[in-house]
Design a protein around this ligand. Sequence first.
Ligand SMILES: N[C@@H](CCC(=O)N[C@@H](CSCO)C(=O)NCC(=O)O)C(=O)O
Ligand SMILES: [Zn+2]
Ligand SMILES: [Zn+2]
Length: 188
Amino acid sequence: MAPSLHPLIDNGLTKGQADFPGGKLYCHCPSNKVEVTLGSDVLHNHACGCSKCWKPAGALFSVVGVIPVDKVKVTANADKLHIVDSSAAIQRNACSQCGVHLYGRIENDHPFKGLDFVHVELSDTPKGWQEPQFAAFVSSIIEQGFQPEGMDEVRAKFRSVGLETYDALSPPLMDAIATWTGKRAGKL
Ligand SMILES: N[C@@H](CCC(=O)N[C@@H](CSCO)C(=O)NCC(=O)O)C(=O)O
Ligand SMILES: [Zn+2]
Ligand SMILES: [Zn+2]
């Protein structure tokens, strides 16, 4: 059986709704759930194969998008949150009981500072959010134990649902990072 890439991808994508207003995300605890309220849709939603982004059980990839920090509010049980790795660029705030990542925030100087990283599958309104746009850090799954011989199948499966695959971020996002870096260095 083909490995699960992610439940939002395995059976094809559900297209998002224009001007989607956002909604609430919940952790997986049976009670006293951490609740995060998002005041808009996400941008640049993507599958991510990196070792740091939260993935649902059995999935090879995370689905993660970005949203301006001022659209993100923790609205219940904030005391359960802890930062997974404070040395990472993205400070992932996870529920200390169930382990789900509620939001990732960038505190240091960084091209994506001002944007939080969130997983829309945690929403109680799963339809309407922007669908994944591309697959990022695909080769990174090998670092986590995936057999390299299976990579053609993984990339073919992404392409079969209409997603291009990259081993870093997509070209527009890599260009945005390089533009920020070039400006900071005084080259642009
Ligand atoms: N091979 C590494 C790659 C990790 C990586 O660079 N991840 C990216 C993308 S996360 C969402 O798109 C990144 O920006 N990471 C910064 C951070 O995680 O703080 C691996 O697999 O670990
Ligand atoms: Zn929880
Ligand atoms: Zn990632």
